[in-house]
Every structure is written in C-alpha cells, then in structure tokens.
Design a protein around this ligand. Structure first.
Ligand SMILES: Cc1cc2nc3c(=O)[nH]c(=O)nc-3n(C[C@H](O)[C@H](O)[C@H](O)COP(=O)(O)OP(=O)(O)OC[C@H]3O[C@@H](n4cnc5c(N)ncnc54)[C@H](O)[C@@H]3O)c2cc1C
Length: 330
C-alpha cells in the first residue's frame, strides 16, 4: 500500500475533528495527483467506538489497540512512536501527515528520525508541484513574517505536521475498510508509560471551534478585565482568547494564548482589545474572517489587518459596546 497515511487522533472514543482537518489536507494532495489512496491510523487502548464512518474520504481505517497506547498514545510517547514506525515500515506510504498537536508534534519528528527521512513541521498548506509532481508544503517562517514553500527531495516518505485550524475538516461519512494493525510485539518494548492523565475542565466554546473570539492583550492592564471580555463572549456565544503577553503576565492561563506558539483560530469575528498585533500573534489569525480592534494607538500593527477599528481606551469603549450588543441580542 503506498499513498497517503494520516495519523489521526481519538477524542471521547471517536476520531477527532483535527483528524478531519488532516483528511482534508490528504484529500487535496490526492486531488492534485498523489496516487495510492488515503488511510488513517488511530491508536488507543480501547478503540471500540472508532468507525469507518468517522473518517470520510479514506480507503482504510487502521486501528492500533494496546494498553500502552492509552489516551490515544498522547501520554507515553515511546509506545506510539514504536507503533507508528512499525505501521509505516509495513505499508510504506508516500506521504505521512500528522497534526501539530501534542501527539503529532512529538511523534511526527520522532518517526522521521527513526525512518531517517525529512520532516516539515507546522505547515499551513500542502500541494503537488505541477511539472515535477513532488509534494510541497508551506510554513510560516521568521516569526510568521514570511511564508516559505519547501519541497521534499528524493523518493523518501514525506512527513508533515499540519497546524490545527488551517484546513476545514472534511464533511460526510466514510465507508472505508476498518482493520486492526497488531503492534503488540513492538510497543511492549516501550520504555515510557503513561502514569496519569489530568483533564482540565473548561466551560463554554473551545477557542479552536469559536465563531466569535474576544481577545485581550497587555493593554487591558490586568486579570480583572478578562471578566468583562468573558461577559461579552457569553452574550455572543463566543470564547475568550489572549495574547502571549497577557498569558505570560499570569492574567489568564496559557491555554488562552493565540498565535505562533499558541492556538490557531478561525472565527468569523475576532475582537482584539489592547493587543498590538505583533506578527507572532497574527500568525494564529490567518483563518479569522473579520478582525475588529480596540487600541489606543492608531499606529498599532493590528489596524493593518482590522476590518473595523476603534482608536481609544478600551475601558471607555468596551462597556457601552457590550451594553449595545446585549440590547441587540435581546
Ligand atoms: C518566538 C516567539 C513566539 C511568540 N508567540 C506568540 C504567540 O503565540 N502569541 C502572541 O500573542 N505573542 C507571541 N509572541 C510575543 C509577541 O511578539 C508580542 O510580544 C505579544 O504578542 C505582545 O502582546 P500584546 O499585543 O498583548 O502586548 P503589547 O505589544 O505590549 O501591546 C499592548 C497594546 O495595548 C495597547 N493599549 C495599551 N493600553 C490600552 C488601553 N487602555 N486601551 C486600548 N489599547 C491599549 C497598546 O497601544 C499596545 O498596542 C511571541 C514572541 C516570540 C519571540
């Protein structure tokens, strides 16, 4: 079997949304000329809830079940790496895709090292170069100030990790063959084990899924204003985000951070409050449809990308804005 192998992920017992994004990337490569079909592999200790229907656009759903692969293999990295290498060596795909998630950011490069092949990380696009037919990937460089396109040399398997949130998950239901790959012989030699998983409870909409994001930066001046941001987000059914400066200051947890080293988001409306719009922050906003900025500095970089903006002190602008939105929301 050659073709494209996607290493998907399992969440709440089913193939996750980020896997659907990888399948969209794989579908694009297949449409542009990578032959051999699309397979998705998922790992876990109990994959009884995984069905072919959860993986649209694939020919094969490959499950790799073993107690060492508990929680989708995201904990003990040794076992999933051994399992991934065994599968890749067995089916020899032309292209392997991972998400740049906790799982893929570790197992992807680890697999490349084990196979002695190159890896392109944190990519935001994939394509097949017309003429040569080779796979190319696009990734932000220089802190998000430029985009570079890379091609893979030689006939090696091409491993890529893809930034979550840049492809829309493929829609529909899959009808591929589901089959188990037995990796017990290799994963039993793993030297690390997952001891405990602590689930961080969160309320409301996930940042990655939010259609409206109200985001605060250093300019809001402290942790308390984030309650006002949350109030507005609640009215609009949205989520609260933050710049790295606000997270580093300890005003909100780093799980709120948007940008190059935070989350990539794709809301319809992104309201930025007291955020300068540094390139590393903007790197997480390439999928945002409408940026609205409140900043007291009319020269702030955020205004270059904003569709609407208010030059002024957020503390004066936000309360009346929230009151108006509340009235309009009824
Ligand atoms: C390798 C690397 C990775 C990074 N990754 C990220 C990342 O993922 N995400 C990220 O966000 N940053 C990231 N950064 C940091 C980034 O470079 C900026 O330092 C950071 O985004 C600045 O945050 P800020 O806009 O909140 O703060 P500042 O740049 O300090 O801007 C604060 C803004 O608030 C405005 N302001 C102040 N008071 C008010 C007021 N009363 N009303 C209205 N406006 C006001 C100011 O005019 C200013 O524009 C990274 C940096 C590096 C080097």
């Amino acid at each position: 079997m050659a073709g494209i192998l996607v290493f998907g992920e399992v969440q709440y017992g089913a193939i996750s949304a980020v896997s659907g994004e990888l399948l969209a990337a794989a579908g694009k490569l297949a449409d542009e000329g990578v032959d051999g079909g699309i397979s998705i592999a998922v790992m876990g200790d109990d994959l009884s809830g995984v069905t072919a229907a959860q993986a649209p656009g694939t020919d094969h759903v490959i499950t790799i079940s073993h107690p060492s692969l508990k929680d989708g293999g995201t904990g003990g990295y040794d076992a999933p790496l051994l399992a991934a290498a065994a599968l890749a060596e067995s089916i020899s795909p032309d292209v392997i895709l991972f998400a740049k998630s906790d799982f893929g950011a570790v197992v992807g490069p680890g697999l490349a090292f084990k196979l002695g092949v190159p890896v392109a990380q944190d990519c935001i696009d994939v394509a097949v170069e017309s003429g040569t037919g080779r796979v190319t990937v696009t990734r932000p460089v220089f802190g998000g100030n430029a985009l570079a396109v890379y091609g893979f040399d030689g006939d090696n398997v091409q491993i890529t990790t893809i930034r979550p949130g840049v492809f829309d998950p493929i829609e529909g239901e899959g009808s591929g063959l589901i089959e188990e790959f037995d990796a017990s012989g290799v994963v039993s030699g793993a030297r690390t084990t997952l001891v405990e998983t602590v689930v961080q409870e969160s309320e409301g909409v996930r940042l990655e899924d939010a259609d409206v994001i109200i985001s605060g930066g250093r300019g809001v001046g402290g942790p308390e204003p984030f309650e006002l941001l949350q109030e507005l987000a609640d009215i609009l059914g949205g989520a609260v985000g933050a710049s790295r400066a606000a997270c580093d200051a300890g005003w909100v947890d780093h799980s709120y951070q948007i940008g190059l080293t935070g989350k990539s988001v794709k809301p319809t409306v992104y309201l930025s409050i007291g955020i300068s719009g540094a390139s590393q922050h903007m790197a997480g906003l390439s999928g945002a449809r409408n940026i609205v900025a409140i900043n007291k500095d009319g020269d702030a970089n955020i205004f270059k990308s904003a569709r609407f903006g208010v030059i002024g002190d957020w503390a004066k602008v936000l309360p009346s804005f929230t009151a108006t939105v509340r009235d309009l929301a009824g």
